[in-house]
Design a binder for this molecule. Structure first.
Ligand SMILES: [Zn+2]
Length: 313
């Protein structure tokens, strides 16, 4: 028997067959087609699952379950997608429609929750019963695992660390509020901080590495310049690390999970990210004279979406 994991993204949909020991046996992908109706989109996913299963030498009878991770919110209980803006899905009965095309148990959840589950089952937090996964990319995503299960709240709207208010009246957020945590802790935030900083310091390595064009500054530009000890980059990066450390301290003050896991593009900085965070976050924990949860880097990378979706139950 195999489990199917589907990772729905804005540009493509990845489909994988996952073994009982959490390895992706076979994988395929289809482009995201928002020009299709909801029914047609679901049918396209179901058809691709069947063809992927067959090309791996299995039949539909070998499918134990199908799990779907979406960039939005869903009811794990009813299988309804409540809101998934990228796909244009609002209050659609995903499970019901999917089962018309492929009659297998189907589970659906938010993509950050799914990645959190993957790490807690098969990744760096395997063996723990509680963890918080924070993905640091264009925005901040997060997933909370309690007693080995995803906690997304009583109304499926929880686990949104990125939109916890970090600075009252602060930087405007895509959500309409001001001062959300992701405006200070995401890759986008690091880029913004660097662009503001180079205005007064055009001699910085950050700007020279970006061909003197602020619009070409990426998170990696800043991180690489900080590694090279460019004074402005070090200052910007230190402040950014402090923001992340505060965010992690707040998570611990609220939930005290066994482990905090960091993933997403910025986590590719590895120990250059983890070491200074590990130094700083205890300062923001109230009971910091006690044993604190370690902060670790995610290990499953982009496979977490498929593996975690396949583990949904
Ligand atoms: Zn926000």
């Amino acid at each position: 028997m195999v489990r199917i994991g589907v990772d729905v993204g804005g540009t493509g949909i990845q489909i994988g067959l996952v073994s009982n020991d959490y390895h992706i046996i076979h994988e395929s992908s289809i482009p995201t087609r928002t020009d299709l109706t909801f029914d047609e989109q679901v049918r396209q996913i179901a058809d691709c699952i069947v063809s992927t299963v067959r090309s791996a030498g299995f039949t539909e009878n070998d499918i134990e379950s199908v799990g779907i991770g979406i960039p939005g919110i869903a009811s794990a209980k009813t299988g309804e997608v409540i809101k998934c803006t990228n796909m244009g899905w609002f209050h659609v009965p995903f499970r019901q429609v999917f089962n018309q095309y492929l009659n297998k148990p189907v589970h659906i959840d938010n993509d950050a929750n799914v990645a959190a589950l993957a790490e807690s089952v098969a990744g760096v937090s395997a063996g723990t019963s509680s963890s918080v996964f924070i993905t640091i990319g264009t925005g901040i995503g997060s997933g909370i695992i309690i007693n080995g299960r995803i906690w997304s709240g009583a109304h499926h709207i929880g686990g949104e660390l990125g939109h916890v208010i970090f600075s009252l009246g602060g930087v405007p957020c895509t959500c309409g509020n001001h001062g959300c945590l992701e405006r200070y802790c995401s890759a986008t935030a690091l880029i913004r901080m660097a662009r503001e900083a180079v205005e007064d310091h055009p001699d910085s390595l950050i700007l020279r590495s970006a061909d003197m064009d602020p619009s070409r500054i990426e998170a990696k530009t800043v991180i690489d310049a900080a590694r090279a000890k460019d004074p402005l980059a070090v200052k910007v990066y230190d402040f950014y690390i402090d923001c992340l450390a505060q965010a992690i301290g707040s998570v611990i003050n609220l939930l005290d999970p066994e482990v905090i896991v960091l993933g997403g593009g910025v986590s590719k900085a590895g120990s250059f990210l983890l070491d200074p965070i590990t130094d700083k976050y205890p300062k923001y924990v109230v009971f910091n004279d006690q044993t604190l949860p370690p902060v670790k880097l995610a290990v499953l990378g982009s496979e977490a979406g498929i593996i975690g979706a396949a583990m949904l139950s």
